[in-house]
Design a protein around this ligand. Sequence first.
Ligand code: MN3
Length: 246
Amino acid sequence: MSDTAIDRRTALGTIAGAAALGAFAARSAASLLSPAELGWNAESGEYDLPPLPYGYDALEPSIDEQTMRIHHDKHHAGYVKGLNKAVTELRKIREGQGDLGLIKHWSRELSFHGSGHVNHSLFWAGMAPAGQGGGGYPEGELAKRIDRDFGTFEQFVGQFKAAANAVEGSGWGWLVHDPMSGHLHVLQAEKHQNLTMTGVTPLLGVDVWEHAYYLKYQNRRGDYLDAFMNVVNWPEIGRRYAAAVG
Ligand code: MN3
């Protein structure tokens, strides 16, 4: 990434101005992803769908090409569209052209679609082809912190997969950094934005909506989670950890 801190703060201002995205701190997402990865288009004043950082088939066999195509081109695209729509409708209401009674509706839409967009952006960049950055083990400071806070890497993986597997309905499993204690935690999210913890920095997220795995794994979410661990981009997660504590 060649983006400067100022670029990231600019992206932060954009997102913060559009209201907080879910329960994660807006600052966190902007410090973890570049403006290009966040998809903000300053010229159009809307979010664009950023391309995947690798080919649709790059995560085979862990995650199949068809799932990646539909997931990115249809589902993630839908969240970007919904985010832009919510921002537009809230602006209309502020300017007196909309229905004040729909503030609650559009605010919820902003939270859901905005969180969906950020979550997927973090998700794509948090994976890499197996053996080309994907899989293996964390290194450096992140590895030490995982050992300190979870006991061992294996114990972390056990908690992470169990939490993700137990998400009720559609949602996410997350490894997050809590800036208050300096500790790592594992959280669940329902939908894109519920059950998260305000102010924590998302480091590693796994999408457990059925659209993320059903074509290949059907109801076997646990098998999908096992396969996901083969494509976790630990160098990228380590970079996010360094940004979170730095
Ligand atoms: Mn998804």
